[in-house]
Design a protein around this ligand. Structure first.
Ligand code: SF4
Length: 293
């Protein structure tokens, strides 16, 4: 697919000073504001990155709304922080995370892994399946996940869409506002590729990612420089996201053990949730893949 920028251009931008990056972010926000008659919102997760984006956006537009989707799988300290942030609209998805576990399946390892395994299990088109199995091929299913295929465990790749994206898109449609999203190209290869395709402003999707070229250290430096208040959860956790999600668990293996200690009652409820089609509970599934819990 054609890209708007080269990887070298992205690397150059990522090497800019914090001040240059903030200027660049303000430029992207202004561009979006011009396209949207000054009607924008910040997709706010209560995490560090979107807190920084909200701070930058409110330098220009003090009244810009922050919009938070309560996935029902939020860390209690994130919810506490969101509730005390000014001018936040809280959206609720149609179903809960517990409903997803019961009726759809488990979000395990990554969206891509779940999707590829479901393609194989549902017998999607033969070319797709062959590609997923091809050794050393870009985009194939890594061999370490092949054992899940035979396990008969229902996986669900659409959880983010159901619990997060759909409520936000509905809000965007109904309120006719352009979205500011606090993602960074450095977070993953997928985000990097997406940035190269569209740069910071994706007018087609009516969405801008003004802090795309920031690095983790820029977020830390910005918080220090501007004395930005962030959630207390960062005293305990480096990164946040949905509390009981097992996407990315391979990079933070002890996450569930920390939750067990921090909130034992909720931990029991989530872990004992039984998926109706397989009869397996979340705890059984995690144990089967030797995920500490
Ligand atoms: S991060 Fe995980 S639990 Fe949260 S919405 Fe996405 S898949 Fe679901």
């Amino acid at each position: 697919m054609a890209t708007l920028l080269t990887l070298q251009e992205l690397r150059n931008r990522q090497s800019w000073s914090l001040e240059q990056k903030v200027d660049h972010a303000l430029g992207a926000i202004e561009k979006m504001a011009n396209e949207n008659n000054n009607k924008l919102y910040v997709a706010f997760s209560g995490g560090r990155d979107s807190t920084v984006l909200l701070h930058i956006a409110r330098m220009l537009y003090k009244e810009i709304p922050a919009v938070f989707v309560n996935t029902t799988n939020e860390n209690a300290l994130i919810l506490k922080f969101v509730k005390k942030t000014e001018n936040v609209t809280i959206l609720n998805p149609k179903i809960t995370f517990i409903d997803v576990l019961k009726n759809n399946g488990f979000p395990l390892f990554s969206k891509e892994v779940c999707k590829k395994i479901n393609d194989i299990l549902k017998g999607s088109n033969a070319n797709t399946i062959n590609h997923h199995y091809q050794k050393n091929s870009i985009g194939a299913l890594s061999e370490k996940y092949h054992k899940i295929i035979a396990s008969n465990i229902p996986l669900y790749s659409g959880c983010c869409k159901t619990l997060k994206k759909d409520p936000l898109q509905k809000y965007q449609r109904e309120n006719k506002r352009g979205a500011l999203v606090g993602t960074m190209a450095s977070e993953s290869l997928r985000r990097e590729k997406s940035y190269l395709r569209t740069s910071c402003v994706n007018l087609k999707a009516n969405r801008a990612m003004p802090i795309s070229i920031f690095l983790e250290k820029d977020i830390t430096n910005y918080i220090k420089k501007y004395n930005v208040e962030i959630s207390e959860i960062y005293k305990e956790e480096k990164r946040t996201g949905c509390a009981y999600c097992a996407f990315g668990i391979q990079f933070d293996k002890n996450k569930f053990l920390r939750l067990k200690e921090r909130e034992p009652k909720r931990y029991e409820i989530v872990m004992n949730t039984i998926n109706t089609s397989s009869g397996l509970c979340y705890y059984d599934v995690l144990k089967r893949f030797k995920i500490p819990c």
